[in-house]
Design a protein around this ligand. Structure first.
Ligand SMILES: [Zn+2]
Length: 139
């Protein structure tokens, strides 16, 4: 009989989508002010205590159940129709806030092969209310 705490572990699964955007708040003449597109890569990193019986943290298939519908909403869209200021940072929070929280998550959005934004923890409550981003924790 094994007793005691199981070790913590992190798992990561990556997803991809393509979308257009432009950044409204950069100065005139900034290249990001012009409409353009990216092939985004999204990494979801979940961290927690290993489940003793399963020998895993969370089924990779369950990660897909959480994340694939979110990615489908973004793929081949104009991100400005979804987010007013679609920086990689806001995109990471947008994705993060839609994943039901069962384990500690990091969301990393690669906008180019060299640049990413990463979120950890939770958006402050006031900001979530201001944005109207409610977390669906029903599943
Ligand atoms: Zn861009």
């Amino acid at each position: 009989m094994v007793t005691g705490k199981m070790p913590r572990v992190s798992i990561c699964k990556s997803y991809e989508f393509s979308a257009g955007h432009w950044l409204p708040n950069v100065p005139d003449g900034h290249p990001c002010k012009r409409q353009h597109g990216h092939n985004y890569k999204v990494e979801i990193i979940a961290t927690g205590e290993m489940e003793q019986r399963g020998g895993w943290l969370v089924d990779f298939a369950e990660l897909d159940n959480w994340v694939k519908p979110i990615i489908a909403q973004l793929d081949h869209q104009m991100l400005n129709d979804i987010l007013p200021n679609p920086t990689a940072e806001w995109l990471a929070w947008w994705i993060h806030s839609r994943i039901p929280v069962k384990v500690s998550l990091v969301v990393r959005v690669w906008e180019t092969p060299k640049c990413y934004a990463e979120t950890k923890g939770q958006l402050p409550e006031w900001l979530r209310e201001e944005l109207g981003w409610t977390i669906d924790s029903s599943h």
